[in-house]
Design a protein around this ligand. Sequence first.
Ligand SMILES: Cc1ncc(COP(=O)(O)O)c(C=O)c1O
Length: 457
Amino acid sequence: MTDVMHPPLSMPPFEHIPRPYQGPSREEVLALRRQHVNPAVFTLYHDPLMIVEGRMQYVFDETGRRYLDLFAGIATVSCGHCHPEVVRRVQEQTATLQHSSTIYLHPNLSLMARKLAEKMPLGMDVTYFVNSGSEANDLAITMARLFTGNVDVIALRNAYHGGSPSSLALTSHHTWKYPVPAQPGVHHALCPDPALSRFTGAAEEIASESAADIRDLIRYSTPGKIAAFIAEPIQGVGGVTRGAPNYFREAYAVAREHGGLCIADEVQTGFGRTGENYWGFQNYGVTPDIVTTAKGIGNGVPLAAVTTRREVAEALTSRIHFNTFGGNPVSMAAGLAVLEVIDRDGLQENARKVGARLVRGLRRLQERHPLVGEVRGLGLMLGLELVSDQATRTPATAQTLEVLEAARELGVLMGKGGLDGNVLRIKPPLCITAEDADFAVDVLDRVLARVGGETTA
Ligand SMILES: Cc1ncc(COP(=O)(O)O)c(C=O)c1O
């Protein structure tokens, strides 16, 4: 669909020609999915999009139409879709040895563990590899409990840490929680983001009050000792929310005062996505005790990790612990390639530069469109909050869906998040260009005008 009043916006040129798609039709795929796939597996768009090929920051549907991918398989495709170096290394390893398990030695596991240690703060040099972010957080909590001898865990309201039974207990959105008993011992502290807080004042004050409230939570709801404090440096699913930079420092101090380890969930914020820093927590000058990673570490290969100090890791040796696919030679090959490509291609710096350009563009949109509430995030971990009333900041939930759909029509894919589903999530592959960023802003400009009912764009 093109806008009658305005010429089509043209996407930056790109050389790749997708292969002719020869698989089952989109209708057939949809019908089979409806018949045989658990209906809890949902699609984003009203008219589901089928993606059959990807190249760097772009994906292609079955007709060969190209889209600018600003969601990256949910903040997962870090280097770019089918990045040639990642593909080459995965193909080579797949053809050589697909699986052996960690009961035998394989160089890739040792090399990847060392490579990750080189990226971590000093002393955080021991890793357990698993397959998903949920598993990583489960294991991190288990380690913290074993190491400290305490049970209680503090997570944040508006957090998302996964969908497995114990990571779901950490997650804090009624929309994700089934009415079945959650793992006990998890308490949710106040989210320090000013937009979500009942505290008033400057963002730093709200952050301090929120951190101080953790002390009350511990005193009232736990035996006075905790196993861990876990938080995302920037809440992703929660709609790109975070407190002022003093929050993590103060919250970590309270947690440690009460015997807790500090766990940074870097599943979305890690590997250069926030631009200025390789890890999200570095933006706040803190050092966690455990770091969990997933998504971007594998560029699409199921790979996740729990990295910590040796003394903490050793807590897991009191019983047998095993994970069939964790440390698999193919996923390790992918991880090694990803970490090398992020450095070689300068992707962290690109996230910083292109992210800043995007933010400038989004702020211009904020000035022009009453629908835009807040521009959030760092680097290429960005969010655009949409509100139907600037004064009351009423979530524009329905309009967010409309914007998402209309942007897709114009060739731009984004995500949505926030408890009320009113935040557009922009987390593209880190290889996105300045021209892509400008195109995305132009598309959003047009779409926001259309959805917001404005006459000019
Ligand atoms: C911050 C964060 N932690 C953990 C997870 C869970 O990861 P997975 O879906 O790989 O289990 C997610 C997934 O979106 C996430 O965003």
